[in-house]
Design a protein around this ligand. Structure first.
Ligand code: PEP
Ligand code: MG
Length: 573
């Protein structure tokens, strides 16, 4: 059935790509067996449940191995995690206790899983609440096995787009044969297992699309633009051909980029040019590894505070940073201490109202005023540094005194940890964000006192050009191509080289491919970009003519107009 033209639906792109196909609506299976009056034979029900769990296990083992072999080792872990859930001793104890009290196997599974999923659902954290979805998924699958209706294979026709209120990971994990070309759901987010699996399988997926399920019919034509988060139902000819072309171009671009995975980015002097990633939480680490990033160049820790009603404790932060260090398997991670203020507020700390928040109590200034918050964070980072390659980055440095006070505080905490017998990396590196004009002018002195620089162009541009980064009215001035900004970057790189410390760029300008030859030419040693830009930058790196960068940088530094610099660099790449 073809629906009359309806307005496009909007959602969150969770697995990039464009899918064009026909809808199959996924109705939620709902087996609920609460509150039956009958008593059941507990021996029979125990045996039924044991067999069902064994079958479920076996199926998941086969499925996870298949996913590992087709998508690479450890991708099947998501499916294996369902076996871990079903093996949970507390859960099992409760299953059989409920059965002994006269419930059927179905009733026991339904009630016990609901108890556990409610428990996780009450925790306000996207990663933990994901566990609720997993338990619900395990529950429905196990009930399906008990009902004898467990589907082990993908039976969808070629060119299918699944649309559901929710799409469970157990379903996504079975979509290996390429028949399903898109997924749309009302619930879920990019951190959900369904989204992670969809990404592994390269199936375009959009989640968080309100009210789509009851607005469409099976076999409707659908376009899933999971680059922009747009879902088009019953496209007209123009829309169809537009998206078909877009899809072809996208696939071509992706194919070209894949070639850059594992490619080295070596500078003419033989040193490695690091392409790292900016992340806002541990959920992004998987993306860093998938994107072939060299590590985390900027961990914006303020999101740990902004998403919480109370300040994260030392233990919570320690667990987070330790997991970060371990999950990166030896790759480095630069943890920036809390950078709150400016446009970022946090519910767990009342900040004074300021007329000019970007020029106010921001970053390190606020942390020195709220020293306990900083101390707690530093203790957590130092403790986690024993488990991997972590370093510390200070935001909003404007004066050498801030760096010296910070180092003194780190030394004091190291002594405390020594006296408590707690291990940490005593050689942990401390770096400065260079994002204010004052830090540029004292870069030489800062470089003598710290271990590395990371240039934050987002703020450096705003403070240098006096153009608020969020004000559209002055956006014509908010550009890293202005000579004032580029000359500052050159000065910072010179100061870093003079002191023999590495310097990289972590603001959005790092992802400006056109600027890459300039950055290399002035001596920048690495970039930190969003995960989706890593391969793009690698591609740009490979296209640079060896030995040309110094000449390009020199030419740019002699130019006076932003638009001239931009068009010159466009020509060069
Ligand atoms: C920057 O200023 O460039 C930067 C990376 O920090 P943020 O964007 O978090 O201010
Ligand atoms: Mg900044």
């Amino acid at each position: 059935m073809i629906t009359d033209a309806i307005e496009p639906f909007i959602g969150i792109s969770c697995s990039a790509g464009i899918g064009i196909g026909k809808i199959v609506r996924i109705k939620e299976k709902s087996f609920n067996f609460n509150g039956s009056e009958n008593r059941h034979d507990s021996d029979v029900e125990t045996e039924r449940l044991k067999r069902a769990i064994l079958y479920f296990h076996d199926l998941n083992d086969k499925l996870s191995k298949r996913v590992d072999s087709s998508l690479g080792e450890r991708n099947g872990d998501i499916i294996r995690s369902h076996n871990v859930i079903i093996d949970d001793p507390e859960m099992n104890e409760l299953f059989y206790k409920f059965i002994r009290s006269g419930r059927s196997a179905e009733e026991a599974v339904s009630e016990v899983c609901s108890i556990f999923s409610d428990m996780f659902g009450r925790i306000d954290d996207p990663i933990v609440s994901q566990k609720k979805t997993d338990i619900e998924d395990v529950k429905q699958s196990l009930l399906g096995v008990l009902a004898g209706d467990f589907q082990g294979e993908d039976e969808f026709e070629e060119g299918t787009v699944l649309v559901g209120k929710s799409i469970p990971p157990s379903l996504v994990s079975k979509l290996e044969n390429g028949h399903v070309v898109g997924i749309v759901s009302e619930s879920g987010n990019a951190a959900s297992h369904s989204a992670i699996l969809a990404k592994c399988l390269k199936i375009p997926m959009i989640m968080g699309v309100d009210n789509i399920f009851n607005s469409v019919y099976d076999n409707d034509e659908i376009i899933v633009d999971a680059i922009n988060g747009i879902v088009v139902i019953a496209p007209d000819d123009d829309e169809y051909y537009f998206y078909k072309k877009k899809r072809k171009e996208y696939l071509q671009r992706q194919k070209e980029l894949e070639e850059y995975k594992g490619k080295d980015t070596i500078l003419p002097d033989g040193s490695k040019f690091a392409i790292m990633c900016n992340i806002t939480g541990n959920a992004d680490v998987k993306k860093v590894l998938e994107a072939d990033g060299d590590g985390v160049g900027l961990y914006r820790t303020e999101f740990l505070y902004m998403n919480s009603d109370s300040l994260p404790t030392e233990e919570e932060q320690f667990a987070t940073y330790k997991k970060l260090a371990e999950d990166l398997e030896g790759r480095p991670a630069v943890i920036r201490t809390l950078d709150i203020g400016g446009d970022k507020e946090m519910p767990c700390l009342e900040l004074p109202k300021e007329d000019n928040p970007f020029l106010g109590l921001r970053g390190i200034r606020l942390c020195f005023r709220e020293k306990e918050i900083l101390q707690t964070q530093l203790r957590a980072i130092l403790r986690a540094s024993a488990f991997g390659n972590l370093s510390i980055l200070i935001p909003m440095i404007t004066d050498i005194g801030e760096l010296l006070d910070f180092k003194e505080l780190v030394d004091k905490i190291k002594k405390e940890l020594d006296s408590e017998g707690i291990s940490y990396n005593s050689d942990i590196k401390i770096g400065c964000m260079i994002e204010t004009p004052s830090s540029v002018f004292i870069a030489k002195e800062l470089a003598e006192e710290c271990d590395f620089f990371s240039i934050g162009t987002n703020d450096l541009v705003q403070y240098t050009m006096c153009a608020d980064r969020g004000n559209a009215g002055v956006s014509y001035l908010y550009s890293p191509y202005f000579p004032a900004v580029l000359r500052m970057i050159r000065e910072v790189a010179k100061s870093a080289a003079g002191a023999g410390i590495p310097v990289s760029i972590c603001g959005e300008a790092a992802a400006e491919e056109k600027l890459l030859p300039f950055f290399i030419g002035v001596g920048i040693k690495g970039l930190s970009v969003t995960t989706d830009m890593v391969l793009q930058i690698k591609k740009a790196f490979a296209s640079i003519e060896p030995g040309s960068t110094e000449k390009i940088a020199k030419k740019v530094l002699g130019m006076t107009r932003e638009h001239e610099i931009m068009s010159y660099l466009r020509e060069k790449l």
